[in-house]
Design a protein around this ligand. Sequence first.
Ligand SMILES: [Fe+2]
Length: 164
Amino acid sequence: MRKQEASMAVNVKGLEDNARKTSIETLNARVSDSIALGLAVKQAHWNMKGPNFIAVHEFLDAVYARVLAHTDVMAERVQILDGRAMGTAEVVKDSTTLKPYPTDVTKVQDHLKELCDRIRDHGEKVRKAIDSTDDSGDADTADLLTGVSRELDKDLWFLESHLE
Ligand SMILES: [Fe+2]
C-alpha cells in the first residue's frame, strides 16, 4: 500500500484523486471501444469485395495502425495514472459500447457504412471523454484524447468520402 502511494505521488503529482479515477474509468471505456473498432476495421479489410477494393483494403490497414496507436496511448495513460489497463478479449466483449460488427457483409460500400457508423459513435464518445476529463482537472488526458479525436475525425472524412 505504501509503495503504491509513493508511486502515485510520483506519477500523478498535483492531480486530484477524483480526476485520476475519472480519467482511468473514462480511458478504459475508450480502450475497449478502440480495440473493438480495430477488430471491425480488420474484419472489413479481410472480407470486402467490389469496386475500389485495393484502395480501400490498403487504406484500412493505415486506419487500423492509427486505431492501434490510439489504444496504446490511452492504455498507457491508464498505467501512468496508476490504474489498470483493461484490454483482454473477455473485458472488451463485456464492456464495449460499439454495436457488434456484422459477419455477413461483403460489399465495399456496406463495410464502409458499417465502419463509418462505428468511428462516428466512438468519436462522439471520445469527445465527451475530452470534456469529462478536462472538467475533472486532468488536462493531460483531455489533450491526449483530443489528439485521438482529431485523427478519428480525419479517418471518418476519408472513409465517408468513398461513400456514394
Ligand atoms: Fe492485410
